[in-house]
Design a protein around this ligand. Structure first.
Ligand code: PMP
Ligand code: GLN
Length: 380
């Protein structure tokens, strides 16, 4: 049987988490917290589950939740959004990314993405008949090469996918970066798909540069956010996206036939939590910066080298002083022999640099887990 995605296997996140379980390893691979989501949020879920919020939610998401999202976007990014026309709740950011690509990419359209790129982008583009155009981020800072982007934009370019804070690298875009992007696509029919699921994890006093802050980009972008990251509830697969009405109306044509809508009692619960506990997301940068600093301090005596992550809950490290194995083999060895699971960077590339000796650790873990992991790392 012919495969529609002949080069795709099982995602590296599934592979590494399974391997961690098989080998009893500490799992700093797939990105999910090993602590629970807030008690009040869980209480609201139970409340709505027991109070008849068990039937279809509206296709666009429940009103209360879209109202809270509009309020948050306005407060945080000084961006006025129409909750009825410009916000859609989805079943995870993965669904929003997929729908956005299906809505705008047709046969032969080119979609530019930056490697290392989150693993769902490329297959989603291919399934829409599009052509992924992979541009490498410039090492060691993993920033965009603007000249290369300019040279790569063609009449076939339909979409550019950006991701800040960046998974897996932990780099962030600046407002100057957004200006550059806006300039390069001015007067072109290019849509920006902006993956901002780590919006609340920007460190060292930096601010998240959402496309929603940028008047020009706001008009041609779909910005994607995830409740899973913000509320420590990745398993709920709850997310949303924001786009101007002319873009959102096309997006919804796809969303209504992919999932139609998302779990209703979860949406009501998140709406209550956003209304009653706005300090949760306000405190998140400091919460995760502390985790990053704890982890980095614990591994500072090791032979791994790294630049502290500027955002996300991931820390990339260079292991070249420990081993010369390619990253896929190195993470297998680390998991099976040393009982520590990490994510290699090569699966996020179309053409991974042969000399790269980088892996990603996830630090959204209890301090005790980070300490156990660091003990292993310091003995490498
Ligand atoms: N984009 C990026 C960059 C991610 O790291 C993730 C990870 N989960 C997603 C999208 C998907 O988010 P969700 O779990 O809400 O589908
Ligand atoms: N986004 C998560 C990560 O980067 C994984 C999501 C998934 O497993 N699909 O680790």
């Amino acid at each position: 049987m012919q495969s529609k995605l002949p080069h795709v296997g099982t995602t590296i996140f599934t592979v590494m988490t399974r391997m961690a379980q098989q080998h009893g390893a500490i799992n700093l691979s797939q990105g999910f917290p090993d602590f629970d989501c807030p008690a009040y949020l869980r209480e609201r879920v139970v409340h709505h589950l027991n109070n008849r919020k068990n039937q279809y939610a509206p296709m666009t998401g429940v009103d209360q939740l879209r109202a809270e999202i509009a309020n948050k976007v306005n407060t945080l990014y000084h961006c006025q959004v129409d909750m009825d026309q410009e916000i859609t709740v989805t079943s995870g950011a993965t669904e929003a990314l997929y729908d956005a690509i299906q809505a705008f990419v047709s046969d032969g359209d080119e979609v530019i993405m930056f490697d290392p790129a989150y693993d769902s982008y490329d297959p989603s583009v291919r399934l829409a008949g599009g052509i992924p155009v992979h541009l490498p981020l410039t090492r060691p800072d993993y920033c965009i090469d603007w000249q290369l982007l300019q040279d790569s934009i063609s009449d076939k370019t339909r979409m550019i996918i950006i991701n800040s804070p960046h998974n897996p690298c932990g780099s962030v875009l600046t407002s100057a970066d957004l200006d550059q992007l806006a300039e390069l696509i001015r007067d072109r029919k290019i849509i920006v798909l902006s993956d901002e699921v780590y919006e609340h994890m920007v460190f060292d006093g930096g601010i998240h540069q959402s496309v929603l802050r940028h008047a020009e980009l706001r008009e041609k972008s779909i910005a994607v956010f995830s409740f899973g990251k913000t509320y420590h509830a990745t398993g709920w697969k709850a997310a949303y996206c924001v786009a101007p009405e002319n873009i959102m109306s096309e997006f919804r044509k796809i969303h209504q036939f992919v999932t139609f809508t998302s779990t209703s009692f979860i949406q009501y619960a998140i709406a209550d939590f956003m209304r009653d506990c706005p300090e949760h997301h306000e405190d998140l940068p400091a919460f995760y910066q502390k985790k990053r600093d704890t982890f980095n301090e614990l591994i500072s005596a090791s032979r791994l080298t790294f630049t502290p992550s500027a955002g996300t809950y991931f820390q990339c490290v260079d292991y070249s002083e420990v081993s010369d194995l390619p990253d896929r083999e190195f993470v297998d060895w680390l998991c099976q022999e040393k009982k520590l699971a990490a994510i290699p960077l090569s699966p996020f590339y179309e053409n991974a640099p042969a000399d790269s000796r980088m892996i990603r650790f996830c630090f959204c873990k209890d301090d005790s887990t980070l300490k156990q992991a660091a003990d292993i790392i310091c003995q490498l």
